[in-house]
Design a protein around this ligand. Sequence first.
Ligand code: CA
Ligand code: ZN
Length: 300
Amino acid sequence: MATTIQRGKPIYAFSKENAPVAFVKPGDEVIIETYDCFEDQIASEETDYDAIDWNRINPATGPIYVQGAEPGKTLAVHIEKISVKNSGVLSTGKNLGTMGHRLEDLQFKITPIEQERILFNEKIKIPFNKMIGVIGVAPEEGAVNCGTPGEHGGNLDTTLITEGATLYIPIFHKGALFGLGDMHAAMGDGEIGVSGVEVGGSATVRFEVRDDLNIHYPLLSNKQGIAMIVSKNTLDEAAKTSVEEMIDFLSPYTDLGLGKLTMLMSAIGNAQISQIVDPKLTARFFVPRWFLNAYGIYTL
Ligand code: CA
Ligand code: ZN
């Protein structure tokens, strides 16, 4: 039977201090309803900066306590389905995103969504590229605002976090204290203007608790392969660490030394950008599924 977790009162930071709103078991089908990243405050393109409660940005639904989740283990989040509402909102403006130094006012664009297309204007109907922006667990230390990504997940804004994918996240506290929000009907790698097509909706997930994976950052798995997702103060540092963490993760499954494995990753792995607009920047290193199959790595 499915458990539905309503949007209710969301969280704005991931923290072990947040009281769980639901308790679920591994294997349960869990439907999580979410607001958009503005907590549905943008009803009109003319919405004023001052009319917005900026304390209510990037809400996540949760925390959800997963039975059996213990520090040191890994939470697997199988994303089975993403449903989005029929209207999205885009935003950019002064000091926001990569073009913010050339923009004046805060701008919004509201886009109807029909038949899996986002109606931007008469010429442009954006194809669906549904994904989850904010997804994570309580971090090891203190509280981390839902707008910031990190080892615990959070605002990862990674296009690969979508239907059919599994995200593995290190667990730092009992129950994991999982939260999810900030869905996008579409987003490009980089999220360069600071928003995707922001939309409320619901995600259907199943949790699994794993004790056989040694990861320090979120790791994504899909049909095509796996990606180590790392967020740091600079993109350089994020990219470099994602490579290093991936190589350290894969090494024990292979008989390749550090040099040979690095050569191979240089030939077949891809350093990719997730987002370049959040308080920390996110890069990922992607390794194709056929490499995993060749070494009998079927665990992801
Ligand atoms: Ca986001
Ligand atoms: Zn968003």
